[in-house]
Design a binder for this molecule. Structure first.
Ligand code: NAD
Ligand code: TYD
Length: 351
């Protein structure tokens, strides 16, 4: 297949591209306009392969995307380009509306025009996979059953509202125009190349630098953690086998309290890179809570596991150890990002 990946220099998009180039014979066009969240290094291992190309254009530039699709002639589009950080969406929601809502609209229209011009098997086989989040379902009370594909939408942050809007657009294009699109909603990812503003990389890096570990509220909020390489494998399976109009909720059944996650990071780091000043738990610092902080996310991935014949390979402990080892071995990458002070507001040093 010829596959367009949008947002392919970001955390999950680059994992998808590395998976596609390492484990399949598909060709890839990466459409990524290189925001603060993008890094060339994430795809450096595939950059010189003839099966890979990158175009630094925005999904909001419909004409440029139309030209790129016409030249590449894809069989599928995997749409991951987005603004993805909840805290940023609270501080500045505008970019989230522009990229996640308007950008998805522009991409859908460019893709629909391209698809309308196809014929025969190429048209019948074309797929548009929209990658979304479980945050569109709102949040769960402690004893509530996990989210499924049937859960009603109830987004509560500017980020999740913008993702929910984009999911609705994708489904409307399927129902109204017969456009062969489908959606995946996934739990929190973690793993290599995760931008240092998100919980797990931020805590690893701050702990290594001896800085405070800023836990929002009491650290009792729960997230369900999926190793990014397992997610990439699920998405590739989805683009190969997924059905138009479907939804696949993807997760690994690994819910953890934030405070337990941070404690576990401290324990693994104390073992792999002991700090002469003492155990890192001393750095845990409870800070003011995120406004509207969703209490709990958790996904029941049974439907996706059955339909896609996929299952996550890593439990949280195995994936976290691999992640921490990776951050220990890739200090140059994250130190450069820290020095750039991508905006400084929530570096986790002080809020
Ligand atoms: P990320 O922030 O790491 O990367 C996003 C990428 O999109 C960046 O490389 C950026 O340059 C690119 N991009 C942004 N705006 C663009 C535009 N207008 N045109 C082209 N490229 C643009 O995000 P991520 O964590 O890799 O998330 C990827 C997708 O998966 C997003 O849609 C996100 O909502 C979804 N998702 C993420 C998680 C998670 O835990 N990270 C969980 C579920 C779903
Ligand atoms: P985050 O990585 O931002 O992902 P999301 O908000 O999309 O789930 O945050 C994960 C959890 O960690 C969330 O409950 C907020 C919390 N958190 C902290 O306690 N401290 C931090 O510095 C950050 C960035 C997040």
């Amino acid at each position: 297949m010829k596959i367009v990946v949008t947002g392919g220099c970001g955390f999950i998009g680059s994992a998808v591209i590395r998976h596609l180039l390492r484990k399949t014979s598909h060709q890839v066009l990466n459409i990524d306009c290189m925001t603060y969240a993008a890094s060339e290094e994430t795809v450096a291992e595939v950059a010189t392969q003839p099966r890979y190309r990158h175009e630094a254009i925005s999904i909001n530039n419909q004409n440029a995307v139309e030209r790129a699709l016409a030249a590449f002639q894809p069989d599928a589009i995997m749409h991951l380009a987005a603004e993805s950080h909840v805290d940023r969406s609270i501080d500045g929601p505008g970019a989230f509306i522009q990229t996640n809502v308007v950008g998805t609209y522009c991409l859908l229209e460019a893709a629909r025009q391209y698809w309308l011009g196809l014929e025969g098997a190429k048209k019948a086989g074309f797929r548009f996979l929209h990658i979304s989040t479980d945050e569109v379902f709102g949040h769960l009370e402690p004893e509530a059953p996990p989210f499924t594909e049937e859960t009603a939408y109830d987004p509560r942050s500017p980020y999740s509202a913008s993702k929910a809007a984009s999911d609705h657009l994708v489904r409307a294009w399927y129902h109204t125009y017969g456009f062969p699109a489908f959606v995946t909603n996934t739990t929190n990812n973690y793993g290599p190349w995760h931008f240092p503003e998100k919980l797990i990389p931020l805590m690893i890096i701050n702990a290594l630098e001896g800085r405070p570990l800023p836990v929002y509220g009491k650290g009792e909020n729960i997230r369900d953690w999926l190793f990014v390489e397992d997610h990439a494998a699920a998405l590739v399976r989805a683009v190969e086998r997924g059905k138009p109009g479907e939804t696949y909720a993807i997760g690994a059944r690994q819910p953890r309290k934030n405070l337990d996650v941070v404690r576990q990071i401290c324990a693994i780091l104390d073992e792999l890179a002991p700090d002469p000043a003492g155990p890192r738990e001393r750095l845990i610092s409870f800070v003011s809570d995120r406004p509207g902080h969703d209490f709990r996310y958790e996904i029941d991935p049974s439907h996706a596991e059955t339909c896609l014949e996929w299952k996550a390979e890593h439990d949280f402990e195995t994936g976290l150890r691999r992640t921490i080892q990776w951050y220990l071995e890739h200090k140059a990458w994250w130190q450069r990002l820290r020095e750039q002070r991508y905006d400084g507001q929530r570096l986790g040093v002080q809020k």
